[in-house]
Every structure is written in structure tokens, then in C-alpha cells.
Design a binder for this molecule. Structure first.
Ligand code: ADP
Ligand code: ZN
Length: 601
């Protein structure tokens, strides 16, 4: 203790931003955070994906190292993330390294020597590595010499069991504070609802830390959630109408579906690549590289893809399956539009998604408390999917932020019609009840809807269900509407889908609905709104990138510039956006600079 002096640190963060990173200005809360951290304060930083968290600890690390304060230890949960960060710092000429299981003994020893000699500005390590006796001994030595500058704890939500990405190793991090109470700490995360946030503060003993909460709003991202009818066709229409030649990510739940979807897109003429944990490391690396470097590739992936992917011009993120919770959805969609230009978050979801997710939770190994938490989180996501008001308001509210209707989500742009489904819900529940009474059997959603709509199918005949008092009581309600009702009932837990055949059984809580104590208002299914969708699509196509309003000639110049950029990027083996951002090309297309000087400005 007491090794850290109170002498002011000399070196100016803004010049580091200019000279090392080449950025003209700080973004949002970055400057305040950086200054606080340079002065040695503790902080908890909440910033959405793409907000620029890395600079918040990297610039203080550089400034403090220059001032003789030694190394900043960065805790990071994923090897891939460490590699990317250290690779990027390397390019910037900042001495940084990581210690993890990918290094052989010699390399690890070399880095340890660099560390102890005080040459490293930042050292990345996973928590389990950090807490080994060997590592702590090195930290002790640095600390004794006043060369342990700070700790940065990235992805800090991993410390919380309430978060969506709990890692037991993170719990051990409280030991750092106990051992080195005078060393400042910066904890950073992109996903923390109120509960998780409180947990981070408590578990990392950050009670005195300053809290920096950036707005989670990503105003350039347009949120759209559609009901699944023919998901592939819906996806293709979305890609063709709004994102021809754009780079984007399509998330699917299973590896098989990733492979299938990628192959199918290629067959449809969309340049697509698969990515999932089952592919060879080599193939994965190659696909990731191509996605980063080439223009306009579509990556079809499981959620194994994305962490640490820093490609600013991802124009859309599409979900073909429902994520597990809003945190996941937000993190995944957050990979779109990091450059601040218009981007789309598009998702198709259906009854089967709800059934699958509920079952994965129910049949999982987790304890009851954790299962309840997962169900609550799934419900919140379904609430978002079924919402008939502004999606963004709901999303932000989930992260504790109040806002007003955004004007840039599907519901704001095309307010959906709603209908009162209270009575329909009661009919569905009593029909399930009649099944049980009639033959003691349970049936799936398809058959239930047939009975409600009064369809005389083979199965109806076989089980004598035409005799039920509920046969045909819902003929006036469309199949899509019925699916909406069942999604809600399952999401709310009044009905459970069980066994291999997803047969529907009543939960105790269905009683309240049957008694008419719960009312239900649902969005009108999209079939009834097809005419509107087509209008949206046309508007979407017209509103497609470029980011500036350009006339037809400028648009042609923009396209030509993009093609030229593609060639330059290829020739130099660089990602296209490194050559020029879309926004820069658009500005060139508009202004048509005639001289090098004009271009320079
Ligand atoms: P996060 O970790 O919050 O998801 P990153 O730190 O990866 O975000 O930053 C996202 C992108 O924004 C990166 O490409 C980064 O270089 C860029 N960026 C961050 N801060 C600035 C800034 N002040 N000016 C320009 N670009 C920035
Ligand atoms: Zn909205």
C-alpha cells in the first residue's frame, strides 16, 4: 500500500487518442471515464456493444505507463478476444501481450520477463490464470515496486449469476481487490440489467466505484421482428429488398441449420459462409477472415461467432431463431452498424421457437432458481417479440433506461393492429382441458388448432374430437392468430409443451385465465398485414445505403467507388472499411472533389 503516489500523471489523453489511435475525438462518456481512470479512480462502465469500451481502459493504461505507473492487467474471458485486442494494440505500436494456454512454455516465459521488466503497457489474461500462485507472485513483485498500474475487468457481467454469461472463475476476482486494495479497477460490460449491475458491484466490491452508464440506444439500428411463416423466403426477401451486396450476419441455433442455410443462400446467389464451433479451426479462421476483409459477405453462424468481431460495416444482423434472452439479442444485434450508419436488426420467430426454448430450460441441468431466472428472461424477450408498441422503448427499459417511441422500428413505422385475445385464450385452455377429460391424452398445437377451428382431419376422427364441446368454437379465428395465442400461453407459463411431440398440458396457473381474470391483447398476425409489409419493403429499398441522400448520378459514382475500394482492399489484403468508410465514399460521390487538396478536406 502507499506505493501509488498522488503525483499528477503527465500525458494528455487526447493526444494519445490522436497519435496512437488516429481518432479525432472521444465518443460519449469516453473522456470522462478515461480521465477518472487516469486519476486512479475505480469505475463500473456500462456501454453498449460498439460503444468503444476498449479505449476506456487502454488510454489510461498508456497514459499511466508513460507516467511510470507500470502495467495494466486486463481480465478477459475469451482467448479469441485477447488475441484480437493484443493484435490490434500491436498494430498501433503499443506493447501488450496475453498469457493463456495457447502459448508454449518458452513464449510464456518470455512474456513474463517482459512483464517483470516493466515493458508491457497491458497484459491480458483469463481470470483462472490470474489467480494462480505463479501469477500472483509476479503481481506482488510489480506491486512492491509500484509497477502495477490498474486492473481492467472486461465483460464484467460474467461475475454475476444473474447475467446470461456467468463464469465461475470471475468470482475469484474479488481476491484482487483484497490483495491490492490501492490498485484502481475498471470493470466494463455491455450487458447489465439492474439486477446484474448490483451483483457486479457487490461481487467485485465496487461500492465506491463511480458508475458510468452510457445510453444503450443504438439509434442507427432499425429493429424488426416478424412472425415466421416461411422463414427462408422471408429472409431472402429481406436480403434482396434491403441488403443486396451488404455484409451481414445470420444467426441460427444449430450447426446443422447454419450449414443448411448457408448452402441454400449460396444456391440463391447470396455470397454466404457458414461458421460454427463444429468446423475446423482452420475453416473458421478462413471464413472469419474473408468476412472481415471482403465486401458484402453474409456470415451464417451460431452464436459461437461474434465476440470480439470488430467489423464496423456490418449492415444487418438477422436471427432465424429466437435467442435465449434480451441480453443475447442485444449483444448479437449490436454487431450491426458499429460505424453509426443505418443498419437493420431483423428477426423471425414462431411458436416452435418458444416451445424449444422453454423445453431447453425445463430439461436443462440447472437448479430451480436458475431455471426460473432463465424463464423470466425468455419471457422478457417474448414480450419484446410480441410487443405492439415501440421495440426500442422496450429494449431500453429492460436495461433500465426510459425513452420515447423511436420512429425507427417496425412498430413505430407501421403500428400493428391488435386484437383482444382474452376469450380465445380461454377457449384454447378449455379445449386442452377437454382433451384430458375425454381420453386422458394430450395433443400438440397443430391438432388443437384444428379442433378449435372445426377441421375434420383423420386425427379428429380417430379420437372422436368432433364431439367435443370445443370443436369449432374458434372457427372465426385464423390459424396464425391461434398460434399467437398459444405462443403467449406458453410464454406466460399457463401451458407447457411436453415430451417428444410437444404435447400441450395445462399449468395450475391456467385457472386464472379460464376464470377470465387475465386479459390478453395480441398483435394481429402479419398475414393480415401483408399489404403493409410490401409498402415497408419498398420504402426500405429506397432508403438503403448510402448514408447520405445522393441523386442518381452520385449513386452511380458511389457504386463505382465501392468497386474500386474492393479492389484496393484485395490488393493490400485489408478489410474494405480500412481503405475508406462507406460514409467517406458517399461524401466523395456527393462532393466530387476535383483536386487532391479538395479530396483531402
Ligand atoms: P465495445 O468493446 O464497446 O464493443 P470497441 O471498443 O470494440 O467497442 O469499439 C468499437 C469500435 O469503435 C472500434 O472500431 C473502435 O476502434 C471504434 N471507436 C472507439 N472509440 C472511438 C472514437 N472515440 N472515435 C472513433 N472510433 C472509435
Ligand atoms: Zn420504435
Amino acid at each position: 500500500m502507499g506505493v501509488i503516489t498522488d503525483e499528477p500523471v503527465r500525458a494528455d489523453p487526447l493526444s494519445v487518442l490522436h497519435e496512437v489511435y488516429g481518432y479525432p475525438a472521444f465518443r460519449g462518456a469516453q473522456q470522462a471515464i478515461v480521465e477518472h481512470a487516469i486519476a486512479g479512480g475505480d469505475a463500473l462502465v456500462l456501454m453498449p456493444t460498439g460503444g468503444g469500451k476498449s479505449l476506456c481502459y487502454q488510454i489510461p493504461a498508456i497514459v499511466r505507463h508513460r507516467a511510470g505507473r507500470g502495467v495494466t492487467v486486463v481480465v478477459s474471458p475469451l482467448i479469441a478476444l485477447m488475441h484480437d485486442q493484443v493484435g490490434a494494440l500491436d498494430e498501433l505500436g503499443v506493447p501488450a501481450a496475453f498469457l493463456n494456454s495457447t502459448l508454449d512454455g518458452d513464449e510464456a516465459r518470455r512474456i513474463e520477463r517482459e512483464l517483470l521488466a516493466g515493458r508491457l503497457v497491458m497484459l491480458y489474461a483469463a481470470p483462472e490464470r490470474l489467480l494462480t500462485p505463479r501469477f500472483l507472485a509476479m503481481l506482488d513483485s510489480l506491486h512492491a515496486r509500484g509497477k502495477l498500474s490498474a486492473f481492467a475487468i472486461d465483460e464484467a457481467h460474467c461475475v454475476s449469476q444473474w447475467g446470461h454469461d456467468f463464469r465461475a472463475e470471475y468470482l475469484g476476482l474479488s481476491a484482487l481487490h483484497e490483495r491490492y486494495p490501492s490498485v484502481p479497477r475498471l470493470a466494463l460490460t455491455a450487458t447489465a440489467d439492474a439486477h446484474t449491475r448490483a451483483d457486479i458491484v457487490q461481487r467485485l466490491a465496487l461500492d465506491d466505484a463511480r458508475l458510468f452508464v452510457s445510453s444503450f440506444d443504438r439509434p442507427n439500428i432499425r429493429y424488426t421482428i416478424v412472425e415466421k411463416a416461411d422463414p427462408k423466403a422471408q429472409l431472402l426477401r429481406f436480403l434482396r429488398d434491403e441488403h443486396e451486396d451488404d455484409a451481414g450476419i445470420v444467426y441460427c441455433q444449430s450447426r446443422r441449420k447454419v450449414e443448411e442455410t448457408a448452402a441454400w443462400l449460396v444456391g440463391e446467389g447470396v455470397p454466404a459462409l457458414p461458421y460454427h464451433a463444429g468446423l475446423d479451426a482452420d475453416v473458421r479462421r478462413r471464413h472469419q477472415d474473408r468476412f472481415l476483409r471482403e465486401d458484402g459477405l453474409v456470415m451464417v453462424a451460431t452464436i459461437a461467432f461474434g465476440m470480439g468481431i470488430d467489423k464496423p460495416d456490418v449492415r444487418f444482423v438477422a436471427h432465424l431463431d429466437l435467442p435465449k434472452n434480451i441480453e443475447g439479442y442485444y449483444q448479437e444485434t449490436g454487431r450491426a452498424g458499429r460505424d453509426g450508419l443505418p443498419a437493420d436488426a431483423w428477426m423471425a420467430y414462431g411458436l416452435q421457437d418458444v416451445v424449444n426454448q422453454r423445453r431447453m430450460i425445463d430439461e436443462g441441468e440447472a437448479g430451480d432458481d436458475y431455471k426460473r431466472l432463465q424463464r423470466d428472461k425468455l419471457d422478457a424477450l417474448l414480450g419484446l417479440a410480441e410487443a405492439h408498441d415501440c421495440r426500442r422503448v422496450r429494449l431500453l427499459a429492460y436495461f433500465g433506461e426510459a425513452s420515447e417511441a423511436c420512429g425507427n422500428c417496425d412498430n413505430c413505422l407501421q403500428p400493428p393492429a391488435t386484437w383482444d385475445a382474452t376469450e380465445a385464450a380461454r377457449k384454447a385452455l378449455s379445449c386442452i382441458y377437454r382433451f384430458q377429460q375425454h381420453g386422458g391424452l394430450a395433443f400438440g398445437a397443430g391438432h388443437l388448432i384444428d379442433v378449435l377451428r372445426g377441421k375434420t382431419t383423420d386425427k379428429v376422427r380417430q379420437h372422436g374430437h368432433a364431439q367435443l364441446s370445443t370443436f369449432g368454437i374458434g372457427a372465426d379465428i385464423s390459424e396464425a392468430q391461434w398460434r399467437g395465442v398459444l405462443r403467449q400461453l406458453i410464454a406466460l407459463g399457463h401451458v407447457r409443451a411436453e415430451g417428444e411431440w410437444h404435447t400441450l398440458v395445462l399449468d395450475e396457473s391456467a385457472r386464472a385465465v379460464l376464470k377470465g381474470e387475465v386479459s390478453l391483447r395480441l398483435r394481429q398476425p402479419s398475414e393480415a398485414r401483408r399489404a403493409r409489409t410490401e409498402r415497408t419493403t419498398r420504402r426500405g429499398a429506397a432508403g438503403k445505403a448510402p448514408p447520405l441522400p445522393l441523386d442518381d448520378e452520385a449513386l452511380q459514382r458511389f457504386a463505382a467507388l465501392k468497386a474500386w475500394r474492393g479492389e484496393v482492399a484485395k490488393a493490400h489484403n485489408l478489410p474494405a472499411y480500412v481503405v475508406f468508410h462507406d460514409a467517406t465514399l458517399a461524401e466523395m460521390a456527393r462532393a466530387q472533389p476535383a483536386t487532391l487538396e479538395a479530396l483531402g478536406s
